[in-house]
Design a protein around this ligand. Structure first.
Ligand code: SF4
Ligand code: SF4
Ligand code: SF4
Length: 250
Protein backbone atom coordinates (compact mmCIF):
# COMPACT_ATOMS: atom_id res chain seq x y z
CA UNK A 1 0.00 0.00 0.00
CA UNK A 2 1.36 3.45 -0.91
CA UNK A 3 0.48 6.97 0.19
CA UNK A 4 1.96 9.91 -1.80
CA UNK A 5 4.38 7.44 -3.32
CA UNK A 6 5.61 6.26 0.08
CA UNK A 7 5.24 2.63 0.98
CA UNK A 8 3.12 2.28 4.11
CA UNK A 9 3.79 -0.60 6.39
CA UNK A 10 0.64 -2.40 7.37
CA UNK A 11 0.75 -3.43 11.02
CA UNK A 12 0.16 -7.09 11.65
CA UNK A 13 -2.96 -7.64 13.72
CA UNK A 14 -3.89 -10.73 15.68
CA UNK A 15 -7.20 -11.43 17.40
CA UNK A 16 -7.27 -13.66 20.46
CA UNK A 17 -10.35 -14.90 22.26
CA UNK A 18 -10.40 -15.60 25.98
CA UNK A 19 -13.54 -16.29 28.08
CA UNK A 20 -16.39 -14.84 26.07
CA UNK A 21 -19.05 -15.49 23.46
CA UNK A 22 -16.84 -14.27 20.55
CA UNK A 23 -19.65 -11.92 19.55
CA UNK A 24 -17.22 -9.04 19.16
CA UNK A 25 -15.08 -10.91 16.62
CA UNK A 26 -18.30 -11.89 14.89
CA UNK A 27 -19.13 -8.21 14.42
CA UNK A 28 -16.01 -7.86 12.28
CA UNK A 29 -16.42 -11.18 10.48
CA UNK A 30 -20.07 -10.36 9.66
CA UNK A 31 -19.28 -6.90 8.35
CA UNK A 32 -19.00 -8.25 4.79
CA UNK A 33 -19.28 -4.98 2.90
CA UNK A 34 -16.41 -3.42 4.86
CA UNK A 35 -14.34 -6.48 5.75
CA UNK A 36 -11.99 -5.98 2.79
CA UNK A 37 -11.42 -2.31 3.71
CA UNK A 38 -10.66 -3.39 7.25
CA UNK A 39 -8.23 -6.04 6.07
CA UNK A 40 -6.54 -3.51 3.76
CA UNK A 41 -5.67 -1.35 6.79
CA UNK A 42 -3.92 -4.07 8.72
CA UNK A 43 -2.49 -7.43 7.86
CA UNK A 44 -4.64 -9.85 9.82
CA UNK A 45 -2.42 -12.75 10.82
CA UNK A 46 -4.57 -14.43 13.44
CA UNK A 47 -8.37 -14.45 13.48
CA UNK A 48 -9.97 -17.77 14.23
CA UNK A 49 -13.37 -16.87 12.77
CA UNK A 50 -12.11 -15.85 9.31
CA UNK A 51 -8.65 -17.40 8.86
CA UNK A 52 -7.34 -20.93 9.07
CA UNK A 53 -3.68 -19.82 9.08
CA UNK A 54 -2.06 -18.88 12.38
CA UNK A 55 0.94 -16.59 12.71
CA UNK A 56 2.55 -15.51 15.93
CA UNK A 57 4.35 -12.54 14.43
CA UNK A 58 2.13 -9.53 15.16
CA UNK A 59 2.25 -5.86 16.16
CA UNK A 60 -1.30 -5.32 17.45
CA UNK A 61 -3.07 -7.85 19.65
CA UNK A 62 -6.84 -7.58 20.05
CA UNK A 63 -7.93 -9.36 23.20
CA UNK A 64 -11.53 -10.46 23.37
CA UNK A 65 -13.02 -11.83 26.57
CA UNK A 66 -12.28 -11.72 30.26
CA UNK A 67 -9.70 -13.72 32.15
CA UNK A 68 -11.28 -16.54 34.08
CA UNK A 69 -8.85 -19.48 33.96
CA UNK A 70 -5.33 -19.87 35.26
CA UNK A 71 -3.92 -20.85 31.84
CA UNK A 72 -5.39 -17.64 30.38
CA UNK A 73 -3.17 -15.51 32.62
CA UNK A 74 0.02 -17.05 31.21
CA UNK A 75 -1.29 -16.91 27.65
CA UNK A 76 -2.23 -13.24 28.00
CA UNK A 77 1.17 -12.32 29.47
CA UNK A 78 2.94 -14.01 26.56
CA UNK A 79 0.79 -12.10 24.06
CA UNK A 80 1.58 -8.84 25.88
CA UNK A 81 5.31 -9.54 25.63
CA UNK A 82 5.04 -9.89 21.85
CA UNK A 83 2.55 -7.15 21.01
CA UNK A 84 3.60 -3.53 20.51
CA UNK A 85 -0.02 -2.46 21.06
CA UNK A 86 -2.59 -4.36 23.04
CA UNK A 87 -6.27 -3.57 22.63
CA UNK A 88 -9.04 -4.67 25.00
CA UNK A 89 -11.67 -5.64 22.46
CA UNK A 90 -15.21 -5.41 23.82
CA UNK A 91 -16.77 -5.07 27.23
CA UNK A 92 -15.66 -8.48 28.57
CA UNK A 93 -12.05 -7.52 27.94
CA UNK A 94 -12.44 -3.88 29.03
CA UNK A 95 -14.38 -4.39 32.27
CA UNK A 96 -14.83 -8.12 32.87
CA UNK A 97 -18.35 -7.99 31.46
CA UNK A 98 -21.11 -10.46 32.18
CA UNK A 99 -18.55 -13.07 33.27
CA UNK A 100 -17.61 -10.90 36.22
CA UNK A 101 -21.01 -11.51 37.81
CA UNK A 102 -19.31 -14.64 39.15
CA UNK A 103 -17.35 -12.43 41.54
CA UNK A 104 -20.59 -11.54 43.33
CA UNK A 105 -20.96 -15.09 44.67
CA UNK A 106 -19.52 -15.77 48.10
CA UNK A 107 -19.16 -19.51 47.65
CA UNK A 108 -16.81 -19.81 44.67
CA UNK A 109 -16.47 -23.58 45.04
CA UNK A 110 -20.23 -23.89 44.58
CA UNK A 111 -20.06 -21.75 41.41
CA UNK A 112 -17.25 -23.87 39.96
CA UNK A 113 -19.21 -27.05 40.66
CA UNK A 114 -22.41 -25.65 39.11
CA UNK A 115 -20.63 -24.48 35.94
CA UNK A 116 -17.97 -27.11 35.34
CA UNK A 117 -19.27 -30.13 37.25
CA UNK A 118 -16.42 -32.63 37.43
CA UNK A 119 -14.43 -31.18 34.51
CA UNK A 120 -10.83 -30.64 35.59
CA UNK A 121 -10.70 -26.94 34.68
CA UNK A 122 -8.50 -24.70 36.79
CA UNK A 123 -10.47 -21.48 37.08
CA UNK A 124 -9.43 -18.35 38.92
CA UNK A 125 -11.44 -17.52 41.99
CA UNK A 126 -12.04 -14.08 40.49
CA UNK A 127 -12.84 -13.09 36.93
CA UNK A 128 -10.58 -10.28 35.72
CA UNK A 129 -10.67 -7.63 33.02
CA UNK A 130 -7.58 -7.63 30.78
CA UNK A 131 -6.05 -4.59 32.51
CA UNK A 132 -6.05 -6.46 35.81
CA UNK A 133 -3.42 -8.79 34.32
CA UNK A 134 -1.46 -6.75 31.75
CA UNK A 135 -1.15 -3.17 30.49
CA UNK A 136 -3.81 -2.17 27.95
CA UNK A 137 -3.10 0.51 25.32
CA UNK A 138 -6.58 0.94 23.81
CA UNK A 139 -10.11 0.03 24.77
CA UNK A 140 -12.95 -0.73 22.40
CA UNK A 141 -16.14 -0.73 24.42
CA UNK A 142 -19.45 -2.45 23.79
CA UNK A 143 -21.21 -5.78 24.11
CA UNK A 144 -20.75 -6.30 21.27
CA UNK A 145 -18.40 -3.67 19.86
CA UNK A 146 -19.73 -1.19 17.31
CA UNK A 147 -18.28 -2.06 13.88
CA UNK A 148 -17.79 1.55 12.75
CA UNK A 149 -16.04 2.44 15.98
CA UNK A 150 -13.71 -0.54 15.60
CA UNK A 151 -12.82 0.63 12.10
CA UNK A 152 -12.19 4.18 13.30
CA UNK A 153 -9.98 2.99 16.18
CA UNK A 154 -8.04 0.55 13.99
CA UNK A 155 -7.58 3.30 11.41
CA UNK A 156 -6.16 5.60 14.11
CA UNK A 157 -3.80 2.91 15.36
CA UNK A 158 -2.67 1.98 11.83
CA UNK A 159 -2.08 5.63 10.83
CA UNK A 160 -0.61 6.63 14.20
CA UNK A 161 -3.38 9.16 14.85
CA UNK A 162 -4.95 9.95 18.18
CA UNK A 163 -8.42 8.47 18.66
CA UNK A 164 -10.85 10.58 20.64
CA UNK A 165 -13.43 8.57 22.55
CA UNK A 166 -16.83 10.16 22.79
CA UNK A 167 -17.19 11.64 26.25
CA UNK A 168 -20.91 12.30 26.35
CA UNK A 169 -23.60 9.82 27.39
CA UNK A 170 -25.99 7.76 25.25
CA UNK A 171 -28.80 10.25 26.07
CA UNK A 172 -27.26 12.83 23.71
CA UNK A 173 -27.66 10.57 20.71
CA UNK A 174 -31.03 9.32 21.93
CA UNK A 175 -32.31 12.89 22.12
CA UNK A 176 -30.85 13.71 18.70
CA UNK A 177 -32.92 10.86 17.34
CA UNK A 178 -35.98 12.39 19.02
CA UNK A 179 -36.83 9.20 20.88
CA UNK A 180 -39.38 9.43 23.67
CA UNK A 181 -37.43 8.94 26.89
CA UNK A 182 -38.03 5.50 28.37
CA UNK A 183 -38.38 7.03 31.85
CA UNK A 184 -41.57 8.62 30.56
CA UNK A 185 -42.79 5.09 29.82
CA UNK A 186 -41.93 3.78 33.25
CA UNK A 187 -38.72 2.01 32.22
CA UNK A 188 -35.28 2.29 33.80
CA UNK A 189 -32.41 3.30 31.53
CA UNK A 190 -28.64 3.68 31.99
CA UNK A 191 -28.36 6.10 29.05
CA UNK A 192 -27.59 9.18 31.18
CA UNK A 193 -24.45 7.51 32.58
CA UNK A 194 -23.23 5.37 29.70
CA UNK A 195 -20.63 6.36 27.10
CA UNK A 196 -22.11 7.17 23.69
CA UNK A 197 -20.87 5.58 20.50
CA UNK A 198 -23.49 2.93 19.79
CA UNK A 199 -25.99 5.29 18.17
CA UNK A 200 -28.31 4.83 21.18
CA UNK A 201 -29.08 1.42 19.74
CA UNK A 202 -31.23 0.07 22.56
CA UNK A 203 -33.47 3.04 23.43
CA UNK A 204 -34.01 3.67 19.71
CA UNK A 205 -35.61 0.23 19.61
CA UNK A 206 -37.67 0.64 22.76
CA UNK A 207 -35.21 -1.16 25.03
CA UNK A 208 -33.42 0.26 28.06
CA UNK A 209 -29.74 1.01 27.81
CA UNK A 210 -28.09 -1.49 30.14
CA UNK A 211 -24.75 0.28 30.23
CA UNK A 212 -22.73 -2.10 28.07
CA UNK A 213 -20.24 0.58 26.99
CA UNK A 214 -19.37 1.56 30.53
CA UNK A 215 -19.36 5.04 32.02
CA UNK A 216 -19.34 8.29 30.06
CA UNK A 217 -16.86 10.94 31.21
CA UNK A 218 -17.57 12.02 34.81
CA UNK A 219 -20.92 10.27 35.26
CA UNK A 220 -23.02 11.64 38.10
CA UNK A 221 -23.88 8.25 39.56
CA UNK A 222 -25.32 9.38 42.88
CA UNK A 223 -27.63 11.92 41.26
CA UNK A 224 -28.83 9.37 38.71
CA UNK A 225 -29.58 6.87 41.46
CA UNK A 226 -31.74 9.49 43.16
CA UNK A 227 -33.66 10.00 39.93
CA UNK A 228 -34.10 6.24 39.53
CA UNK A 229 -35.46 5.96 43.07
CA UNK A 230 -37.78 8.96 42.47
CA UNK A 231 -39.09 7.12 39.41
CA UNK A 232 -40.08 4.20 41.60
CA UNK A 233 -37.30 1.70 40.90
CA UNK A 234 -36.15 -0.51 43.72
CA UNK A 235 -32.58 -0.74 44.98
CA UNK A 236 -32.40 -4.24 43.57
CA UNK A 237 -33.48 -3.08 40.10
CA UNK A 238 -30.93 -0.28 40.21
CA UNK A 239 -28.13 -2.53 41.45
CA UNK A 240 -28.85 -5.07 38.71
CA UNK A 241 -28.31 -2.39 36.08
CA UNK A 242 -25.11 -1.08 37.62
CA UNK A 243 -23.57 -4.48 38.18
CA UNK A 244 -24.43 -6.25 34.94
CA UNK A 245 -21.15 -5.57 33.12
CA UNK A 246 -19.00 -4.59 36.13
CA UNK A 247 -18.29 -1.37 34.26
CA UNK A 248 -19.53 1.16 36.82
CA UNK A 249 -17.58 1.82 39.98
CA UNK A 250 -19.97 3.02 42.68
S1 SF4 B 1 -18.32 -8.12 25.02
FE1 SF4 B 1 -20.30 -9.12 24.72
S2 SF4 B 1 -20.35 -9.69 22.55
FE2 SF4 B 1 -18.21 -9.21 23.09
S3 SF4 B 1 -17.34 -11.19 23.62
FE3 SF4 B 1 -18.08 -10.26 25.53
S4 SF4 B 1 -20.16 -11.08 25.80
FE4 SF4 B 1 -19.58 -11.44 23.68
S1 SF4 C 1 -34.40 6.66 26.89
FE1 SF4 C 1 -32.54 6.43 28.07
S2 SF4 C 1 -30.95 7.13 26.67
FE2 SF4 C 1 -32.89 7.89 25.89
S3 SF4 C 1 -33.08 9.94 26.77
FE3 SF4 C 1 -34.15 8.52 28.13
S4 SF4 C 1 -32.63 7.98 29.66
FE4 SF4 C 1 -31.54 8.87 27.94
S1 SF4 D 1 -27.76 1.65 24.27
FE1 SF4 D 1 -26.57 1.12 26.08
S2 SF4 D 1 -26.74 -1.10 26.28
FE2 SF4 D 1 -27.45 -0.54 24.22
S3 SF4 D 1 -25.63 -0.77 22.92
FE3 SF4 D 1 -25.71 1.36 23.58
S4 SF4 D 1 -24.46 1.43 25.45
FE4 SF4 D 1 -24.94 -0.71 25.06
Amino acid sequence: MQYLGVELIKPKAAFFDFSCCEGCQLQIANNENKLLDFISLVEVVNFREILTERNNDYDIAFIEGSITRKDEIDRLKKIREKAKILVAFGTCASFGGINKLKNKFKDIEWVKKEVYGNCPIETNDKVMAVNEVVKVDFYIYGCPVNKSEVEAIVQSIALGREFRYLKHPVCFRCKEKQNICLYEMGKICMGPLTRAGCGARCPSNGNSCIGCRGPAEEPNIEFMKTIMIKNGFTERQIRDKFELFSAFKE
